[in-house]
Design a protein around this ligand. Structure first.
Ligand SMILES: Nc1ncnc2c1ncn2[C@@H]1O[C@H](COP(=O)(O)OP(=O)(O)OP(=O)(O)O)[C@@H](O)[C@H]1O
Ligand SMILES: [Mg+2]
Length: 264
């Protein structure tokens, strides 16, 4: 049976002023699944996330969280209702330690902060070693893990992350994706926007392709990796998908190629 839908948008139209940037977008994010949103630069991916999390106005349509309509609610209320958002930039406090960052992520908790930090250390062993380090002294990959862990400190049912692997080497990209998969296995619905289309589709239970603010394609990650339009228009022609789907190249070759071909 399909996993329960924890977050849905219906006809979501949103933008920064009166003119919409995203138009009539429907998405469903399910418990224990990673739902990814991919698409060209400027397609409106971050805008869609910001509308869902209450950072910018919803001009039309609905957002439902655990069945309740939440469009138009301020971000702090959405956090209390179980939504966590990890923006692409400024997602940790650089001068605070890892532990302090985690404590801030859990500041709305009435109890159990210590226990939750220890749970995060089990989920992200790198952070356990680094609890006393300031965030600015972490590697890029560790910082992204800290940002994810901070988001999880509020016990969200839906974790929304914008480009969790931006700027990372292919090796760290893979590590961060492994952790995203572990997060979904804890019962969370994860929504991720990702710049590396091939990597995102590999990790996706379901994926949406956003183009010019509209939903253009959807399917399982595997389906979209095999979709001709997807390959030609949004993944690149350098064989990254062929390397994955037909195992004609090594993983290393695929990674090198994806760096060139992932951002159309
Ligand atoms: N704060 C803002 N005010 C006005 N327009 C904005 C703002 N932020 C983004 N836009 C515009 O909204 C459109 C979509 O931008 P958005 O950042 O959502 O795209 P994206 O798909 O996340 O792109 P990228 O892959 O580059 O992150 C772009 O035309 C952009 O110029
Ligand atoms: Mg963006």
């Amino acid at each position: 049976m399909a996993n329960e839908a924890l977050l849905t948008t219906e006809g979501l139209t949103a933008g920064y002023g009166a003119v919409p940037i995203v138009y009539g977008v429907d998405i469903i994010a399910r418990r224990c699944e990673v739902t990814v949103i991919v698409g060209p630069n400027g397609a409106g991916k971050s805008t869609l996330l910001r509308a869902i999390v209450g950072e910018i106005p919803v001009l039309a349509g609905r957002v439902r969280l655990n069945g309740a309509e939440v469009q138009g609610m301020p971000s702090n209320r959405l956090v209390r209702l179980g939504m966590a958002y990890v923006p692409q930039v400024a997602n940790v406090f650089p001068s605070l330690t890892v532990r302090e960052n985690l404590e801030m992520g859990g500041f709305r908790r009435k109890s159990g902060v210590k226990e939750k930090i220890s749970e995060m250390c089990d989920l992200f062993p790198d952070l356990k070693e680094a609890l006393k380090k300031t965030a600015q002294n972490l590697s890029g990959g560790q910082r992204n893990m800290l940002a994810l862990a901070r988001g999880l400190m509020s016990d969200p049912t839906v974790l929304i992350v914008d480009e969790p692997t931006a700027g990372l080497s292919p090796r760290y990209e893979a590590v961060v994706w492994d952790h995203i998969v572990r997060v979904k296995e804890t019962g969370v619905a994860v929504i991720a926007v990702e710049q590396n289309t091939r990597r995102a589709l590999q990790g996706a239970d379901w994926a949406y392709v956003l183009v010019l603010g509209r939903r253009r394609l959807e399917g399982t990650g595997a389906e979209l990796l095999g979709n001709e339009e997807m390959v030609q228009m949004y993944i690149g022609k350098r064989g990254t998908v062929a390397a994955v789907a037909n195992a004609t190249g090594t993983q290393e070759e695929a990674d090198r190629e994806s760096e060139v071909g992932s951002k159309p």
